[in-house]
Design a protein around this ligand. Structure first.
Ligand SMILES: Cc1ncc(COP(=O)(O)O)c(C=O)c1O
Length: 399
């Protein structure tokens, strides 16, 4: 087998299972998991109905490029959402089976192994950026995101000689696990650096529709391009998904959009890879990208939950109230994220993810995830409130 497989690190949930092994939580308390980022709100019913209506199309092979109607629906949505001059559905949009699959595949397709191949990732980070890089023969460059820099990478801290080796920069905005949002000016700055040092920007925006202030949707990379008059989106790609926006993580539907010079070879790669989206899934996706009412209702549900959970937890934990995403990223009272996670599970039957599992020791010599927890507020409001109460009770008891 490919020896690079040995470079893959244990997935955070494997480490969590090992941490909790042998612990018996109280029988009388139902388990509340705040671990996996899988939305528990109801999937958008109209999309499911469309899927069923078109089930006969499972009898046909789909094309890698997807249906023209799907690409058009995606281009319309992205143009509206990010105030673009336009997006060519044939050259600048490609449907994918969720952002995870696309992010993983894109690194394989994009990295040039004949020269130094570093891939900059925010640290802590969504683990696929690193795994994709290692399997493509590249080397991750961890850009620490800590409280001191607003949980966003400090691009000014990267020396010019390091930039020369960087081929791809991953952004994650709104961020998993920190919830931090990249401001438009920062996207613009990174675009200038990409031109100067000849790298690609891959912006993972799969949480872009889960924001708390209805009047302040998070900006995106294509929006920054448009603001700069860069309508060819040169060197830039965004990754979007229906998983969080429409509560359809099992549908496996998303898209990449941006620079046609990147989309064309990526499409060629995907034709060989054999990962075209099933036709009924494409039809359901058209329904989902064409409606905003269900997304607003989804945001309302998250807003209610965030308000309730933050009110309960703020007196006992220190955390930035995120502008977007469904995560809380609190500092652990006492500082030991693993010990806290294990004891909380043992005493209150609540599962959380130690922040250190999402980060690596970066340039600063520390793991910026250490001493924090990732709380995914994905459950319905009652279960989330119950979990927050138990966490608070646990902290008050331990103090
Ligand atoms: C930052 C980030 N990117 C991508 C994904 C993958 O989502 P999907 O493949 O369902 O679009 C996730 C899932 O949790 C995520 O947190």
């Amino acid at each position: 087998m490919n020896p690079d497989l040995d470079a893959l690190k244990p997935y955070p949930f494997e480490k969590l299972a090992a941490l909790k092994a042998g612990v018996t939580p109280p029988e009388g308390l139902a388990h509340v998991p705040l671990t996996i980022g899988e939305p528990q709100h109801a999937p958008y019913p109209a999309a499911l109905a469309t899927l069923v209506d078109h089930q006969a199309e499972f009898a046909r092979y789909p094309a890698t490029a997807g249906l023209p109607e799907l690409r058009a629906a995606i281009a319309d949505w992205a143009t509206r959402r990010f105030g673009l001059e336009g997006l060519d559905p044939d050259r600048q949009v490609l449907p994918v089976n969720g952002t995870r699959e696309a992010i993983f595949a894109f690194v394989q397709a994009a990295l040039d192994r004949t020269r130094p191949a570093r891939v900059a990732v925010p640290n802590p980070f969504y683990q696929i950026y690193e795994g994709a890089t290692l399997l493509a023969g590249g080397e991750p460059l961890y850009l620490d995101c800590s409280a001191g820099n607003g949980f966003r990478p400090d691009f000014d801290a990267v020396p010019a000689e390091t930039w020369r080796e960087v081929q791809i920069v991953f952004l994650c905005s709104p961020g998993n696990p920190t919830g931090a949002v990249t401001p438009l000016a920062e996207f613009e700055k990174l675009i200038a650096l990409a031109d100067e040092h000849d790298f690609l920007i891959a912006s993972d925006e799969c949480y872009s529709e889960l924001y708390l202030d209805e009047a302040a949707p998070p900006p995106g990379l294509l929006e920054a391009c448009a603001a700069l008059g860069r309508h060819d989106y040169r060197r830039c790609l965004v990754f979007h998904s229906l998983s969080k926006r429409s509560n359809l993580p099992g549908l496996r539907s998303g898209f990449v959009a941006g620079d046609a010079e990147l989309i064309a070879p990526f499409k060629r790669y995907r034709t060989y890879h054999g990962c075209a989206m099933a036709l009924p899934v494409q039809r359901a996706s058209i329904t989902a990208w064409s409606d905003e009412a269900h997304v607003r209702a989804n945001r309302d549900a998250y807003r209610e939950k965030f308000a309730a959970a933050t009110e309960i937890l703020a007196p006992v934990m220190d955390f930035p109230v995120p502008e977007a995403s469904f995560y809380l990223w609190p500092a652990v009272p006492g500082g030991d994220d693993e010990a806290f996670t294990r004891a909380l599970y043992a005493e209150e039957h609540v599962s959380v993810l130690p922040g250190s599992y999402m980060g690596r020791v970066g340039a600063g010599g520390v793991n910026p995830g250490a001493g924090r927890l990732r709380l995914a507020l994905v459950a319905e409001v009652e279960a989330t409130v119950e979990a927050a109460r138990r966490i608070r009770r646990f902290i008050e008891r331990s103090q």
